[in-house]
Design a protein around this ligand. Structure first.
Ligand SMILES: Nc1ncnc2c1ncn2[C@@H]1O[C@H](COP(=O)(O)OP(=O)(O)OP(=O)(O)O)[C@@H](O)[C@H]1O
Ligand SMILES: [Mg+2]
Length: 499
């Protein structure tokens, strides 16, 4: 019996001069979880968008349950049983959970009116598929945690008799326990015969939940293998064709080094209380905590983006409570925010603008005009140095792949060397090869005397890079570990509150 449910034949797609996909062929079997991996810009999201009709291929064919299909919209695909949860989630924050579940797909009565009772019933059933309670149906989406918003989108996808579910980096915004919930849901769906295409940059997830792995490189399939045959080296070399050093930590003697920043009993009415720590010059202080523990809010306060309600911040000995972001940048405090969608990127603008706007004064020439040549050179240097894949620096930032957008954000803060660099989830959505490059840059900066506050949910990352680690839980600092006390178990125990 043929178990194939979805077959792609020779799919190609280009954007202007970029060949995003070249003759990609794939077979997906019923009830299997297939991991899709590849470097940033390899074509993963493009391929997924083509399957559901969000993009049309230039050539190639798609067969679903034995029949050739050409979906014109993702809604059409969803109604036929193929759903997608995008990498950059489509959330309508001001609308209710119920509306988000059925947007564009409302239950209509005979007379063309929306049948709210029926929708409520369907909504309840949809949420039960992802273990969410029905009482959130009437809440606005933005009242939910990012993780639960993601689960609502998954519920939307699987509720329409889904047979193929596509998840494009679903865990990059999920906390530890939300990820566990997601994995349970995936297992359950799989047992019911749903096939899942799962994109992730986290190898430990890929090896844990998939049956097979497909590697894309520069728009081509380089390898597919059974998950039991996967090793880190095999995947990395199929992805990038190069090898690199994953262990970048360099020991520095920080005993006689002065403190750069000291945070003393810092409090915020809604988010955190009595947080105290200090960072030496050239030290990397890791900050770990579950999403919602208040870590990002502490960072935003130091950057002047959020006012504290108590406590002190001293920077180079000077009290800088409640300064604003402009003076923070002038003092040499730079901040890479967690949510590139909301806080980070100017979506309608070009890559060049996104990179240089914060430091445009760097490029002011003798007569007060902006020296565009110098600006272009600096931006170009960054693009090369950080290996950012793009068609042109004048391209809209949103035309870049997710990981490459993140690299633009990361590198823009380095156009001018900071004294304190606050990195909030710097490598979210970034592929393994680039991640290791970014880790190297972070280590180099620290060695040059830049202090770094590294906030990350990626435990491997904080443990590898940090000199010291502080752990937050529910708005409080609950522990501090020195490098010789670094174990996953120690960190998790503190962060979830076990003794
Ligand atoms: N709308 C678009 N316009 C122009 N180029 C695009 C567009 N969408 C994607 N591309 C280009 O196609 C290539 C593949 O991008 P894609 O988003 O599929 O990568 P990806 O494998 O999902 O990467 P990531 O891991 O960073 O999410 C990239 O070079 C990207 O810049
Ligand atoms: Mg992508």
């Amino acid at each position: 019996m043929d178990k194939t449910i979805l077959e792609l034949k020779n799919i190609s797609k280009s954007f202007g001069g970029v060949n995003a996909l070249k003759n990609v062929s794939l077979n997906i079997e019923k009830g299997k979880v297939v991991g899709i991996v590849g470097e940033n810009g390899a074509g993963k999201s493009t391929l997924m968008k083509i399957i559901v009709g969000a993009l049309q291929p230039d050539s190639g064919e798609i067969f679903y349950k034995g029949k050739r299909v050409t979906f014109k919209t993702p809604l059409e695909a969803m109604n036929s049983g193929i759903s997608i949860v995008y990498q950059e989630p489509n959330i309508f924050g001001d609308m209710s959970v119920l509306e988000n579940l059925f947007l564009g797909n409302e239950e209509l009565s005979k007379f063309g009116k929306i049948n709210w009772d029926k929708m409520y019933e369907n909504g309840k059933n949809a949420l039960s598929l992802v273990d969410l309670p029905e009482d959130i149906l009437s809440k606005n989406m933005n009242e939910l945690s990012i993780g639960n918003q993601q689960l609502v989108l998954i519920a939307r996808g699987v509720s329409q008799n889904c047979e193929v579910l596509i998840l494009d980096e679903p865990t990059s915004i999920l906390s530890y326990s939300e990820t566990e919930t997601l994995f349970k849901i995936i297992k359950r769906l799989q047992e019911e015969g749903v096939s899942i295409l799962y994109i992730s940059h986290r190898l430990e997830e890929i090896t844990r939940i998939t049956d097979s792995v497909v590697v894309l490189r520069d728009g081509e399939v380089t390898t597919s293998m059974k998950t039991e045959d996967v090793t880190e080296e095999k995947i990395i070399s199929a992805m990038s064709g190069r090898t690199f050093n994953m262990d970048v930590f360099r020991k520095r003697d920080l005993s006689d080094v002065p403190t750069l920043i000291k945070v003393d009993n810092l409090s915020h009415r809604d988010y955190y209380s009595n947080v105290s720590f200090s960072i030496k010059k050239g030290e990397i202080l890791g900050m770990y905590g579950l999403v919602g523990s208040g870590r990002s809010e502490v960072a935003r306060t130091i950057f002047g983006d959020l006012l504290s309600s108590g406590g002190e911040i001293y920077f180079e000995g000077e009290k800088i409570n409640n300064h604003d972001t402009k003076s923070a940048v002038e003092r040499g405090i730079h901040y890479l925010p967690e949510d590139r969608g909301v806080q980070g990127l100017f979506n309608i603008h070009s890559v060049k603008y996104n990179m240089s706007a914060s430091f445009i004064e760097n490029f002011v020439g003798k007569f007060g005009f902006i020296d565009r040549k110098q600006e272009v050179k600096a931006v170009d240097d960054n693009i090369n140095k950080y290996n950012i894949k793009l068609h042109s620096m004048d391209a809209k930032i949103t035309s870049l792949s997710g990981g490459n957008q993140q690299k633009v954000l990361f590198s823009r803060w380095l156009l001018k060397q900071p004294k304190l660099l606050i990195l909030d989830e710097p490598t979210r959505g970034v592929d393994i090869a680039t991640k290791s490059e970014m880790h190297n840059y972070i280590m180099n900066l620290a060695s040059e005397g830049v202090s770094i506050l590294l906030i990350s949910s990626d435990l491997t990352e904080v443990l590898m890079l940090s000199d010291r680690l502080i752990i937050m839980r529910e708005g409080k600092l609950v522990g501090e570990l020195n490098r010789d006390e670094f174990t996953e178990e120690n960190v998790l125990r503190l962060s979830i509150g076990l003794q």
